[in-house]
Structure formats: C-alpha cells, structure tokens
Design a protein around this ligand. Structure first.
Ligand SMILES: [Zn+2]
Ligand SMILES: [Zn+2]
Length: 101
C-alpha cells in the first residue's frame, strides 16, 4: 500500500451543494439530504438529533459530470492520473468524457 496524501485545505465550494440519501442512526428515518459542501453532521427531521449519516457517496448537484468508459463517475485521484474505482482503469482527464448525471 502506498502513502495516502490527505487533502487539508477543504474549500467550501463557494456555495456549492451536494445531495444523497441520508439515514438517521437514532430513529432509522431516511430522507434525501441537500447540504453545503463540507457538511458532515445532519439533523434528523423526525427526531431532531444530529445522527443523520449519508448512506452512499454524495453527488454534486450538476448535469455535467466526468464518467469512465464503463459508466462509473467515481474516481481515485493519483499523483498524475485518475483511476476508476469501478473497473480500475487508469486514465487522465483527456480520456474520460462528460456523462449525463
Ligand atoms: Zn431521527
Ligand atoms: Zn471504469
């Protein structure tokens, strides 16, 4: 296993938001959350605890996303390349294409 380089300077995305399915670990209510970039504590609309967690990966609210030839839109960022986390192909930004959200 190689070293992990952590991203320290997380930007707030200039008002950008993300969306995903949320589960309350207290009362088990589920809902679709829309949150500002950087948010990691979610208030449950049912029991009002801060026990909401995203069930899957968050997705940007955008109709223009980069996609691998296999259709996947989630990638690992390597030092010089990009690796698809679905099929494992290593590529770069010139070889992936815009996919519809
Ligand atoms: Zn709850
Ligand atoms: Zn792929």
């Amino acid at each position: 296993m190689g070293d992990v380089v952590y991203i320290n300077n997380v930007k707030d995305g200039d008002g950008a938001h993300m969306t995903g399915e949320v589960l309350c670990t207290n009362c088990k209510k589920e809902w679709v959350g829309v949150v500002p970039v950087g948010t990691h504590e979610l208030e449950c609309p049912h029991c009002h605890t801060m026990k909401g967690v995203f069930k899957h990966h968050l997705a940007p609210i955008s109709n223009e996303l980069w996609a691998c030839h296999c259709g996947n839109k989630l990638f690992f960022i390597l030092k010089n390349d990009i690796q698809c986390c679905e099929c494992g192909v290593i590529t770069n930004k010139d070889e992936i294409y815009h996919g519809e959200h």
